[in-house]
Write a protein of this length. Sequence first.
Lengths: 186, 131
Amino acid sequence: MSTVANIYDNGPISPIARIKDNLSVWTSTKWLHYKIDFIEPVPRSSPMVVEMVVASGATTIAANGTIGKQIVPILQMNSNELLHLRWEPLDDVEGVLWELAGQARFSPRGAHARVSLMTGEFDPNLATTTFYIVGGTPAMDMNLAVRNPNPVALAVARFAFFGYRYVLQPLTSEPATTTWLPAQGR
Amino acid sequence: MGILKANNAGLVTTTAVAIGDLCHTLPVAAQARTAIIRKIMWYNNTGAAATLIFGTRDNVGVGAWVPLFPTINCVNGMDGELMEDELPEIEIVRDTSAGAAGTNGNIYVVSSVALILVRLTVEETTGQRRR
């Protein structure tokens, strides 16, 4: 495992920089510069699992149905914090990632890719599911929509998240060396 | 490369209809999945010997029977099962070709007598497994 990964490294997840390194984050339509004060892992575990059927107030996700996009509260961050995540469903449903409610992520011009149980079959480290959440005001919260590809209703639609949490110290100018991180879609 | 799951029609009680009883429905065509049967379990308490054949239907009307597996003999008063290593690697696909050239991709079972209990493990795939 590398000690510092590239931002979409195809191996196991690792921090994208070290403590005291600089980090430049594209968010709120501009580059914001930070020094990393602290990094800690966020292991995949039961508190990092969201059950979207309950979260949506429904009792099932209908056959071939959808749960509309909504914020996932366990992934909301404080100001000057960054969450670096990979994720997958635990049930046979597909997750659709949105930045806030309006910006599709993982989205070439003609499609909006989803994360499914099949994703981990082809990408065992879930590297292609990597995304970032910047805390603050306005918070760059993610929204998650769910699709059920099955011709039967499902009672649960769980998603597990894991990764790293970074605490950041804002810098007033662009540092000489930095890691460039596009946390926001374009 | 796929998802192992129980057949989504649940515990099937056969009715001995000629075009088969539904065992498993594939996701809609846009999801581009196929299915491979990984386990078959049955119980025959009908009082008579019986046979089972697994297959799909073509796209003629409501679908005409398309057998895919050889006949399984179900001894009266006995349960039985076939595991992954004993089953041929038959990938059941939704082929949208019209009429008898196509298949709806769902899995059905034709039984010689009614009231045989059947359950399956199905692997829904995005293509056959590379070994």
